[in-house]
Design a protein around this ligand. Structure first.
Ligand SMILES: [Zn+2]
Length: 213
């Protein structure tokens, strides 16, 4: 592929911090060139580790899992709007950030990524107001992404998850480098692993710039 592709995914390791209550990952070599003649790695992780997608089945029993969607669901045109000053993202914030344009993926830049390696990453992060989630449902889009751990507070009722996933709008959490996409139009990619009844999956999210929007 010609042109620069921007990596929007955090690196994964056994030290990667997890959402409160999730199991810690274990990523370690089980074979090495020196001892076995080849390198191979044991990967043990929750389906919502690091940069990942949530499927409707994450929240709703009779709903689609990631493996139920065609691959087109995980790629398309994106825009990224600046919510960096908002600790709770309102419908107004979203309206202000969107011009007359069509897009498949809406990414919300909050700048919360700067806390990624700190314990406070998973507390007091910016979340969506319910009206903002309802507004997003009125768009004909495939997914919404954010550079924070969740669209809902840690100990809430996960209402935004249910509203958005109930409309088959996928959620992408723990993105990074979104500042590089502000005021740009881009192709966005976030292919999940293909396992049965996938409620979520780590992804290698990335973007390829199309033009200055
Ligand atoms: Zn998740």
């Amino acid at each position: 592929m010609r042109g620069k592709v921007i990596d929007l995914s955090h690196p994964l390791s056994s030290d990667t911090l997890v959402f409160p209550g999730d199991p810690p990952p274990n990523i370690e070599k089980y074979a090495s060139l020196a001892e076995d003649g080849y390198n191979a790695t044991w990967l043990q992780m929750g389906s919502h580790l690091g940069t990942h997608i949530d499927a409707p089945y994450h929240m709703l029993q009779q709903a689609k899992s990631l493996d139920d969607f065609p691959l087109e669901k995980f790629m398309g045109e994106g825009i990224c709007i600046n919510c960096a000053d908002s600790i709770s993202i309102s419908a107004e914030d979203i309206k202000e950030g969107i011009r007359n344009e069509t897009f498949d993926f809406l990414l919300l830049y909050t700048a919360w990524e700067k806390h990624w390696k700190g314990r406070n990453y998973f507390s007091d992060f910016p979340v969506l107001e319910t009206e903002a989630a309802e507004l997003i449902c009125s768009f004909d889009i495939q997914a919404v992404g954010i550079d924070a751990p969740s669209f809902d507070p840690v100990d809430g009722q996960l209402l935004n998850h249910k509203i958005l996933l109930g409309k088959n709008i996928l959620l992408i959490e723990n993105l990074c480098n979104l500042h590089l996409l502000l005021n740009k139009k881009f192709q966005f990619f976030c292919l999940p692993l293909k396992f049965s009844k996938a409620d979520g999956s780590p992804v290698r999210a990335c973007a390829k710039l199309i033009s200055e929007a």
